[in-house]
Ligand binder design. Structure first.
Ligand SMILES: Cc1cc2nc3c(=O)[nH]c(=O)nc-3n(C[C@H](O)[C@H](O)[C@H](O)COP(=O)(O)O)c2cc1C
Length: 356
């Protein structure tokens, strides 16, 4: 019998339970993109609250990559010291930390340099530019440098953000990727940039350092990435040596493709779980399911009916950073979060329904 509180090895990392904080953009940077002081308190609260592992909110890998001026810059010299401090804080509570490295591509409102944002293709009426082969090489280099910095700062691993309609997800999706070169066309080509990035990071950090990925099980839009294509990408990454795959969904261009879906009843809990379950069925790699998980009894039921190894949650931890301790102490009521998405309000990350 699997329990939520089993100690496990997840994507090469020893974790004290099966509960993960999924990446949550915390507006963690000050207006120079350096860790804000209160981030240390946020992470301490989560670690103290019992969660086994925290995936950080996405951090930007270069000056074209950030969706908000408050996104932490991995390319600022202060990054290593900030991450080192964050890592030490969570490790003191026996919690682990994986850094989500990201490029927001076409969703970047303004680059640091003032040049237009970059995307796989230039679509009509959009102000971003199509990436050249030099841009692609530079992107691979920036992801790699960011991963090296995370490793050097002592983080337990990195997660490549390839979901939710940001740059790598844009490459994977026929909605954004209309390229005619080796990076566009069939899924084998649309996924090439991801494979190039993964291979470059692996060569730089070595075989023992955990590299995870977050992927869309599908884009939830007509003519977007399909489940079968996602499954193919997972199979390839498995053969290449990825350590864990977090299965999400939604390219986030309309409400129906939102990555944070409504959770109004038990049926809507774990809305990408069936896909995670299918991927996990024959997978040699650890699979994490994210999306709408709320009730501990259902989580254990799901874990015991599948090969999914861990469950990650985002919005519930904004509302209750100590949720895992609550469950572990025997109060097994479902998470209080009502999935209203008011926590997406720009600025400070907080629950507006149950303020702390
Ligand atoms: C405020 C907020 C910020 C988020 N930031 C990120 C992020 O930085 N990276 C990411 O991959 N997903 C991000 N997500 C999506 C979550 O990680 C998760 O996939 C989604 O919310 C579904 O899980 P949940 O139902 O447990 O909230 C964010 C979601 C919310 C609500």
């Amino acid at each position: 019998m699997k329990s939520l509180f089993d100690e496990i090895t997840l994507g090469k990392i020893k974790v004290k339970n099966r509960l993960v904080r999924s990446a949550t953009f915390e507006y963690g940077g000050d207006d120079s993109g350096r860790y804000r002081q209160n981030m240390y308190d946020v992470y301490e609260g989560l670690a103290k609250g019992g969660v086994g592992l925290i995936i950080t909110g996405m951090v930007g890998i270069d000056e074209n990559s950030r969706v908000s001026p408050y996104m932490v810059k991995t390319y600022d010299d202060s990054f290593s010291d900030g991450l080192k401090k964050l890592t030490e804080i969570v490790h003191d509570y026996g919690c682990k930390i994986v850094v989500q490295i990201a490029h927001n591509g076409a969703k970047v409102p303004k680059t640091d340099t003032g040049l237009p944002p970059m995307a796989p293709s230039k679509l009509a009426d959009k102000n971003y530019r199509e990436m050249s082969s030099e841009d692609i090489q530079s992107l691979i280099g920036s992801f790699t440098t960011a991963a090296i910095r995370c490793k050097e700062a002592g983080a337990d691993g990195v997660q490549i953000h390839a979901a939710h309609g940001y740059l790598i997800s844009q490459f994977l999706s026929p909605i954004f990727n209309h390229r005619a070169d080796e990076y566009g066309g069939a899924i084998e080509k649309r996924a090439k940039i991801l494979f190039d990035i993964y291979n470059a990071i692996r060569a730089a950090v070595g075989n023992d350092y955990p590299i995870w990925i977050k992927l869309n099980s599908s884009d939830l839009e007509e003519s977007g990435l399909t489940f079968e294509e996602c499954q193919w990408v997972c199979d390839q990454l498995t053969d290449m040596g990825i350590d864990a795959i977090e299965v999400s969904g939604g390219i986030s261009i309309t409400p129906r493709s939102a990555s944070a879906q409504p959770v109004r009843n038990r049926q809507e809990e774990g809305h990408f779980y069936q896909e995670a379950n299918r991927i996990a069925e024959n997978s040699k790699v650890d699979i994490i399911s994210v999306g709408g998980h709320r009730t501990p009894e259902l989580l254990e039921e799901k874990l015991n009916q599948s090969n999914v190894k861990a469950i990650s949650l985002c919005r519930p931890f904004i509302c209750e950073p100590d949720l895992v301790n609550r469950w572990q102490s025997g109060n097994l009521e479902k998470a209080k979060c009502v999935s209203c998405n008011k926590c997406f309000a720009p600025g400070e990350l907080s629950c507006k329904v149950f303020p702390r």
